[in-house]
Design a protein around this ligand. Structure first.
Ligand code: GMT
Length: 374
């Protein structure tokens, strides 16, 4: 099939999922065309089946705000015609679903049928999509999509709760390719950050307020008082300054390493002992799944879709949002007992295997076949 994939190119789960999906589809023989305003950061491979089309946005002094959605729609129409696309798969509803809807209508007037799948990722529903400045358009675009998927049961329920939805929403969980992640006994370059064999705790995110990264630092502070440890903070975003200040105020800054928006996620997870995810809300928690696949147990909150990924007492532990004491207690429970930690590392990898790409990719292919046929 010839598939157009629309996504955000930036550091973030929805762009990662869209890119990994596109690359996997291409390696199965589909022709995949990424359409975005810049090259997706994980799109760092090439193949005869992978193409990237940048959305040009024409500026004019009259425009205080650039009409990106119109430029995107025009590009979708252009790519669909010239590449003879069979379908579009848009990741993150805002503004991709409404752009795809308009493109589908325009293409119909030109005698070309191009159905579209909308995949809901999280904040497009739970945070931004509910805002009155987006809500009616998002609701309409979801209802008009040819297929709608949500990345967790929790996100599906939120979608049905916050919007007036008159169609089916299918759950297709996020996925990873387990072969890309480290083996249990692989130490990677651990002594780079932990020269005295300290434990390594890691957090990866886009540093938005919803991640509550200050809680990560507070949990780390408590852990470090009992077990020599280091904290790797991967990613960047609006909370970076606050997090740095807190680490200074708590006197832990020398043991906190800010790594920025690195692509070397697997290598960093490989040297880590625990992953911390303290989010206020999280539809899935792709970074937690990446940690599990690297044999890294997850200490997380129990919000949204996280319990569907991280199993309490098996792949890690779940706590109420903001319960620093409980998260620190759970982290120390694992870090102080080598045998137990080893068991959780194995169980983490077994849990991640449930989300291996082999199981998930056919779900998307079945949806594509159905909407193209109908
Ligand atoms: O985090 C965001 O603001 C947006 C989005 C993204 O593009 O990373 O994250 C969401 O999609 C991911 C991939 O499906 C999920 O793993 C994240 O849980 C979800 N973020 C939230 O729900 C906060």
């Amino acid at each position: 099939m010839k598939i157009g994939i629309v996504c955000y190119p930036t550091f973030g789960g929805s762009g990662v999922v869209a890119t990994e999906l596109g690359m996997a589809l291409a390696s199965k023989g589909h022709q995949v065309h990424f359409i975005s305003y810049s090259q997706p950061f994980r799109l760092d491979t090439f193949s005869g089946n992978l193409f990237y089309h940048e959305v040009p946005i024409a500026n004019y002094p009259l425009f205080e705000f650039l009409p990106y959605e119109i430029s995107l729609t025009s590009k979708l129409v252009d790519v669909a015609i010239h590449q003879d696309l069979d379908l579009l798969h848009v990741h993150y509803a805002i503004p991709h679903a409404s752009a795809a809807f308009l493109a589908r209508q325009i293409l119909k007037t030109k005698g070309k049928k191009v159905p579209f799948v909308t995949t809901l990722h999280g904040t497009d529903i739970t945070l931004m999509g509910r805002d009155p400045s987006y809500q009616p358009v998002i609701e309409f675009a979801i209802n008009e999509s040819d297929a709608v998927t949500a990345v967790s049961e929790s996100l599906k329920l939120d979608t049905l709760k916050y919007f007036n939805i008159n169609r089916e929403v299918e759950v297709v969980p996020n996925f990873i390719d387990v072969t890309n992640y480290a083996k249990a006994d692989d130490l990677c370059f651990k002594n780079l950050y932990a020269p005295n064999n300290e434990k390594i705790l890691i957090h990866i995110s886009n540093f938005r307020p919803v991640k509550r990264i200050e809680d990560v630092v507070k949990v780390f502070d408590k852990v470090r008082q009992e077990v020599p440890s280091k904290l790797l903070l991967v990613g960047d975003g609006p909370e970076r300054g606050n997090v740095e200040n807190l680490a200074r105020n708590l006197g832990v800054i020398d043991d906190v390493i800010f790594l920025g928006k690195t692509k070397a996620i697997e290598k960093l997870l490989c040297m880590s002992d625990l992953f911390l995810l303290t989010s206020e809300s999280e539809s899935f928690g792709l970074s937690a799944l990446e940690a599990l696949a690297s044999h890294v147990p997850v200490i997380s909150t129990n919000t949204g879709g996280i319990p569907e990924v991280n199993k309490h007492g098996y792949s890690g532990f779940l706590s109420e949002v903001g319960d620093i004491e409980d998260m620190a207690k759970n982290a120390l429970y694992l870090l102080k007992d080598n045998l137990l930690h080893k068991k959780f590392k194995e169980q983490a990898a077994q849990q991640a295997a449930l989300f291996n790409i082999d199981a998930i990719l056919p779900m998307y292919e079945a949806i594509y076949e159905r909407i193209v046929r109908n």
